[in-house]
Design a protein around this ligand. Structure first.
Ligand SMILES: Cc1cc2nc3c(=O)[nH]c(=O)nc-3n(C[C@H](O)[C@H](O)[C@H](O)COP(=O)(O)OP(=O)(O)OC[C@H]3O[C@@H](n4cnc5c(N)ncnc54)[C@H](O)[C@@H]3O)c2cc1C
Length: 380
């Protein structure tokens, strides 16, 4: 068993870390204040292949493994987890278009997704259905050559910002088999947006409701087949969960590294605070947690890459463990900064706020436990 990253994987990590330091970190607080991320950032990331990280190379993507892709999110999150997580959603959509889109859809949408001239959002959650996503109510009525969508999507990252939306909607019976997925472009008649949500973290990402009032979508914008949309939506989530976990890991590593530096300089009772054994033990505990989180995340990514039978369970375990470990570590880092940790200038309080939502989305951590427990019970 070899636990080392390949030189290629190390190079992917370094490239993402460096572009994050140059293009994201210096602006992350300003973007948070403004509540948006400038569009000019995306083509710079797309030049490095970040618009289609795991879209296959023959379709113009980077063709990275899921493991390598997690390294991109881990590295970018050292600069800003909110920006990194936003990029993950776009990548999930790009992969859905590659996997399920007709040739026509791929031709129309994939090139712009890869260059990031177009940014994509993923619309599953509704005001009345989050964890129980298959209960969604947004209705798509088929006419001769189009669908008319009526309903509301809630909490949509990039709502009112994105150029196109992959929308899960009901074309048939109740439950998952009645769900289809369509691509709706910004400006479609009947498409509108709610107000900007005022959030605890991820504040640079605009989050809004996405509303459809007999919104007209050409029939050829259907992804794959009618009635398969829920399966498509779920298929993207194993990898999405790894990406979110990677965002927690990268941010927690950055916080721990900043804390080590701070503790060497901060003096109390005549010595630097890193000389107190009680605090050294906390450092050790954080390092152990992050190492365990890293191993679990890499193993889950490897299982997804190799098509292991228990990949979904592994991704759920990693998502739960890493996002909770990440939040515990950034909270401890804030504590070790004392009052300064609470000030925005030190960069730690933002991480505490940004990471909290990782326990809620891409399936809550309760749903992650549900996935793990169901597999355990089925395998008895
Ligand atoms: C900032 C932000 C961005 C988001 N971005 C997107 C996006 O881009 N696209 C999108 O589609 N969605 C997005 N979401 C929505 C997110 O995926 C949902 O909030 C999440 O799935 C939980 O759904 P809910 O909020 O309706 O909570 P609920 O499902 O109502 O859950 C409430 C509580 O009950 C628990 N619970 C529910 N069912 C069970 C069960 N069976 N067993 C045990 N516990 C259970 C949950 O874990 C939770 O603690 C975003 C959310 C946030 C906060």
């Amino acid at each position: 068993m070899d636990f080392a990253l390949s030189p290629e994987a190390e190079a992917v990590f370094d490239m993402a870390r460096d572009v994050g330091r140059a293009e994201i970190a210096p602006h992350a607080r300003e973007w948070e204040r403004e509540g948006t991320i400038p569009r000019a950032l995306w083509p710079k990331l797309a030049e490095l292949g970040f618009g289609g990280l795991y879209v296959s190379a023959d379709k113009g993507g980077s063709g990275l493994s899921r493991l390598e892709a997690t390294l991109v999110f881990e590295a970018l999150s050292q600069s800003c987890p909110s920006v990194a997580a936003f990029l993950s959603i776009h990548n999930m959509c790009a992969k859905m278009i590659e996997l399920y889109g007709s040739e026509d859809l791929q031709e129309r949408f994939l090139p712009r997704a890869l260059t990031m001239e177009s940014f994509f959002s993923y619309c599953l959650t509704e005001p009345g259905s989050g964890s129980d996503a298959a209960a969604l109510k947004t209705r798509a009525e088929r006419t001769n050559d189009s669908y008319a969508l009526t309903g509301t999507k809630a909490f949509i990252s990039g709502g009112g910002y994105s150029d196109a939306y992959i929308v899960m909607c009901r074309t048939g019976e109740a439950g998952p088999r009645g769900v289809s997925a369509v691509i709706i472009e910004d400006g479609a008649p009947g498409l509108s947006f709610g107000g900007l949500e005022d959030k605890m973290g991820w504040r640079s990402q605009p989050t809004r409701q996405v509303q459809f009032d007999a919104c007209v979508v050409p029939a050829e914008n259907l992804l794959g087949e009618e009635g398969h949309g829920f399966r498509y939506a779920m298929a993207g989530l194993d990898g999405g969960r790894l990406n979110i976990a990677a965002c927690s890991l990268g941010a927690a590593r950055a916080a721990l590294s900043a804390t080590l530096g701070y503790m060497a300089e901060r003096k109390a009772f005549g010595q630097s605070i890193d000389q107190f054994q009680a605090l050294q033990f906390r450092l050790a505990d954080m390092e152990i947690e992050l190492e365990a989180a890293t191993v679990l995340l890499r193993q889950a990514a490897w299982k997804l890459d190799t098509g292991a039978a228990d990949a979904t369970k592994a991704c759920a375990m990693a998502k739960k463990f890493v996002t909770e470990a990440g939040s515990r570590v950034v909270d401890q880092c804030l504590q070790l900064h004392g009052g300064y940790g609470y000030l925005a200038d030190y960069g730690i309080e933002k991480l505490v706020r940004d990471l909290r939502v990782h326990q809620i989305l891409e399936g809550t951590n309760e749903i992650m436990r549900l996935i793990v427990a169901r597999q355990m019970l089925a395998a008895r």
